[in-house]
Design a protein around this ligand. Sequence first.
Ligand code: CA
Length: 228
Amino acid sequence: MEEKILIVEDEEKLARFVELELVHEGYRVDKAMDGRDGLAMAEEGDYDLLLLDVMLPGMSGMELLRRLRRAKQTPVIMVTARDAVMDKVTGLDMGADDYITKPFEIEELLARIRAALRKRSAATAGEGPLVSGRLSLDPDRHIVRYGGEEIALTSREFDLLQALMENRSIVLRREQLLSKVWGYDYMGETNVVDVYIRYLRAKIDEKFGVKFIHTVRGVGYVFRDAEA
Ligand code: CA
């Protein structure tokens, strides 16, 4: 099965270069040159992944992502300018799955794309739901619920919760979570795990007044069944 990738990038030469490389790797590729076209294509098309530039005419990559996330959880890799720390943080806050900084090596981009797609397909080939009390995570259908209520998670948040639930009562170090969830060497930025733990806690523990995700100081995190 060919996976479909949408490149939203206004630098024509860069977009063309990346397109050629992705096609060479066996992906189907569409391109959009500005934010509005990109959003329309992402909403209508059935893409497996978006490669999304931040600085775009028409609509910024951030705004595109914000609007897309109202409707779709398509994995998104943000392409940010060098040293644009705010972009990275904002992009992750808004539900991007990963980011890569220009200029990038094509091999690094390909690795990140493979990781994002692998995580998605691994999450859809599981062995039935993981359940803890009222919390359930269904890898096949990519749905998390608390009680009857569906919880909207980004694919990265979902993968992190799945890794924690699969290792219930086992303390996982940040590095272990990085390799399980991000799937490659994340250049030592282990605090990205803390950022995503915060997202999960806000959406589950804090929202529902329960405690599943525990910090083990100096070590990492552990998922425990919440006390009734
Ligand atoms: Ca640009």
